[in-house]
Design a protein around this ligand. Structure first.
Ligand SMILES: Cc1ncc(C[n+]2csc(CCOP(=O)(O)OP(=O)(O)O)c2C)c(N)n1
Length: 287
């Protein structure tokens, strides 16, 4: 039983504090690292990753291979550093190690996650469009072996323009995979353009419904709403897969990055870092 692995009992207020800490740690890493960090899409999914690692998932950093654990596949692999830091805050990895070695030659902490390098990372990702197919296969495996854990994945909305995503959506529905939950970081931006300009996803929830999925729509930066969405998930032994479409803002929390195409990826010099940290703190006070 996945329930044999306890999950943290964090309150909404505690989760909000953890999200803030995650964003602050992301910015500090971005200030330390010489190269470019996918900071826009990291900041947009920080609340979702906090929800998963600090509230939702039955996972134990001391018992990584427990077959009953919930699985997570970061389909938008370019947000790896946000996942690394979220995992470090739950005790899987070491934040100082991440900051010291991220993106450097021979580091375990690459721009995209590598499962061979990092125990606790379930799947190596980075090529978009593969997370949902992989998660579907993992959920099918769990189902066929009589297990009751869930498999979660997190996709970018732009990524869902890939045909492989919709093949997997059909397969998950056809195989009654109620143990599969897909989060979508619906920040409406890609790398150099806005999502709808490139691929018309709307009416987006209807598309998922037409593929047979249970659809939950939520403000992806409202922790209370995210917790409620998580709590309303159908049981893992149910028969309909769920997609949680999270309305998000790329660059969330740092005013000069928000909805700004220039900040899909970038780096921060000392002055910009201080500006970003101040913006983050001011945004929190205003909230
Ligand atoms: C198959 C594939 N094509 C292109 C890329 C390059 N790429 C990295 S991030 C990105 C934009 C993705 O947009 P979205 O899925 O909406 O992610 P987010 O905006 O949340 O970062 C692209 C095209 C890739 N990683 N994989």
């Amino acid at each position: 039983m996945a329930e044999t692995i306890t999950r943290p009992e964090a309150t909404v207020a505690e989760l909000e504090d953890l999200s803030y800490e995650l964003r602050e740690k992301l910015l500090r890493l971005c200030g330390e690292y010489d190269g470019s960090v996918h900071i826009g899409g990291d900041l947009s999914c920080a609340d979702i990753l906090t929800l998963l690692f600090q509230y939702g998932m039955h996972v134990d950093p001391q018992d990584l291979r427990n077959p009953e654990r919930d699985r997570f596949v970061l389909s938008k692999g370019h947000a790896a550093v946000c996942m690394y830091i979220a995992m470090s805050m739950r005790g899987f990895l070491d934040y100082d190690d991440i900051v010291r070695t991220y993106g450097r030659l021979d580091s375990a902490y690459g721009m995209h996650p590598c499962k061979v390098q990092l125990p606790g990372v379930e799947v190596s990702t980075g090529s978009l469009g593969h997370g949902l197919p992989l998660a579907t296969g993992m959920a099918l495996h769990g189902r066929r072996n009589g297990m009751d854990h869930r498999v979660f994945t997190l996709m970018g909305d732009g990524e869902t323009g890939e045909g492989s995503v919709w093949e997997a959506a059909l397969a998950a529905y056809s195989n009654d995979l109620g143990n599969l939950v897909a989060f979508i970081d619906r920040n409406r931006q890609l790398m150099t353009s806005f999502s709808e300009e490139r691929v018309r996803l709307e009416p987006y929830p209807d598309k998922w419904r037409a593929f047979g999925w249970n659809v939950i729509e939520v403000d992806g930066h409202d922790m209370g709403a995210l917790v409620n969405a998580f709590d309303s998930l159908p049981a893992p032994d149910s028969t309909v897969p769920t997609v949680i479409i999270c309305d998000t803002i790329k660059g969330k929390g740092v005013d000069f990055m928000e909805r700004n195409l220039a900040w899909h990826a970038g780096s921060l010099n000392e002055q910009d870092l201080q500006r970003a940290l101040t913006a983050l703190a001011d945004g929190r006070k205003a909230a």
